[in-house]
Design a protein around this ligand. Sequence first.
Ligand SMILES: Cc1cc2nc3c(=O)[nH]c(=O)nc-3n(C[C@H](O)[C@H](O)[C@H](O)COP(=O)(O)O)c2cc1C
Ligand code: SF4
Length: 519
Amino acid sequence: MSDGIIYVPRDSGALSMGAETVAAALDAEAKRRGLALLIKRNGSRGLYWLEPMVEVETARGRVAYGPVAVADIASLFDSNFLEGGEHRLGLGITEEIPYLKNQERLTFARVGVNDPVSIEDYVAHRGYRGLASALAMSGPRIVEEVALSGLRGRGGAAFPAGIKWRTALQAEGDQKYVVCNADEGDSGTFSDRMIMEGDPFVLIEGMTIAAIAVGATQGYIYLRSEYPHALNTLRAAIAVAERKNYLGDDVCGSGKAFKIALRVGAGAYICGEETAMLESIEGKRGMVRFKPPLPAVAGLFGKPTVINNVITLASVPVILEKGGLFYKNYGMGRSQGTLPIQLAGNVKYPGLIEKAFGVTLREIIYEYGGGTASGRPVRAVQVGGPLGAYLPESKLDLPVDYEAIAAQGGLLGHGGIVVFDDTVDMARQARYAMEFCALESCGKCTPCRIGSTRGMEVVDQIMASGGADKMAAADLLRDLCDTMAAGSLCALGGLTPLPVTSALRDFREDFGLPAAIKP
Ligand SMILES: Cc1cc2nc3c(=O)[nH]c(=O)nc-3n(C[C@H](O)[C@H](O)[C@H](O)COP(=O)(O)O)c2cc1C
Ligand code: SF4
C-alpha cells in the first residue's frame, strides 16, 4: 500500500528541465518523511513552460504542480500536495487546465496519462481496440475505413493515407513493408518525439494495422539520431509487444506475422525525404530517388512499401476503434480529423496542442501561446518547418487547413509554428533558408545544389547594393527561386523558395526595398 502516487514525466523536454533530479529528490524526501510513494513516469502533457510538471493522484483526479524545482519539494510535502493541497506551484486538476481542456486529443489521448512502456496501462486506456477491429476485417475493408476517415499524411505532403495503402495493397510482391518516418527534421516540431516517448504503443499499433491492411510482415521505424530517449522507449515497448504477442509470428493469435526493427539515421535532413530514407535504410548514402516507381509499388529493397509519418500511423488506431466517420467529423474542408500542432519560438506558452483542423493561427498563438515570450509584438510566424513560408501578423486569421494555408503561398507541413517578434530580420531569415538548403542538399540536382549557394550570394548582393542594382538583385533572386521551384527533383530544393519569396513579398523593408515594388 502506498501513501501516494506521483507522476513525473520522462519526456526529453521535461528531462531537459531537470525531471530526473526532481523524481530522485521526491523519492528521497518521501523516504526522509517515512512515506511510501509510488513514483510513476509518464509522458509530457505538452505544457512545456510548466515542465517538470508533477501530478499527484487524488480523490478528485490528478492535481498538477509546476514547474517543480528540487528546492520546492520540501514545501510541496509541507503543503500536503499528496492530497492536492494548495501551493504556489499548484495548477489545479490537470484535465481542467484550459490549455489542455480546450484541446481535441484523439492521437495524443494517452500522452502524459500513461506509463509509456506499460502495455497493461495502454490496454486499460483503450489501447489495442483498433487492432482488434482491424483483425476482424479484410485488408481492403481496413483500407476503406482509413480512406473514409480522410486521414492525410502528417509528415508534410498531406497525401491521403487510404490511397497510399490501397496502392500498396494492390501491388504485387512476395514481401511488403511498412516504414515509419520518424526523422522529424523540421524546425520547431516535436510531436513525433512526444508520441514515441509518451505513447509508443499507439505507433506500434498503427503500424501493425497498416501491415495487416496491406499484407506486410516487416516494419521499420527510421528514427533521427538526436532522439536517444525515444530510441530507448521504442526499444522497450517493442520488446514488451513481442513478449505479449502483439508483434511476432502470430499477432494476437491471428496467424498473421508482423515485426518491427529500428533504424537510426545519421543526422541528415534529406533522409526524412521518403526515398532518401529508403536508401539510408538499405545502407546507402541518403540520396533522393526518381519517382515513379512510387514506394507503394517498389519501395524498400524494391518491394511494395507503405511509408507514413509517426503521427499518421499513430492516428490510425482511433480511426479503426471508432470508425472513419468519427474521425472525419473533426476538421474542415479536405483537412479532416485533428492535428497535433507544435508551438515554439518566441512564445510565452510553447507546447503541443492537438486541435481539429480549422482553428486559426491567431487562436493558437494568442489563446494558447499567450503571445510572445519577449512581450513584443508578433511580426512573423513560420508555419511548416524550414521550407514553410513566413506569414505576417496580418495573416494570422488563417485557419489551420492544408488548402487555406497553401492558397496564401504557405505550407502546413508537419504542423510546426515558430513565432518571431518585431526584432526579427527577415532578410537574414531568407538568407538562412538558402543556407539551410545548401547545407542539407543531397546534391543530386543542379537547381538545389548550386542554386541554394547562389541564393545566399544574391541575398548578400541585395543587402550590399542600392538603387537599380538592388532592384536587379531582387529580380535575380526571384528568377532563381522560380528555377529552383520548377527544376528541383524533390521538395527540399522545390520549396526552399517559399520562405525566401514570402520574406521578399511581405517584409520588403528588411531588404531595403521600396514598398511600391511588388516582388
Ligand atoms: C526534404 C524533405 C524532408 C522530409 N522530412 C520528413 C520527416 O522528417 N518526417 C516525415 O514524416 N516526412 C518527411 N518528409 C516527407 C516524406 O517524404 C513523406 O512524404 C512522408 O514520410 C510520407 O508520410 P505521410 O504521408 O504519413 O506524411 C520530408 C520530405 C522532404 C522533401
Ligand atoms: S532538390 Fe536538392 S535534396 Fe532534392 S534531390 Fe535535388 S539536390 Fe537532392
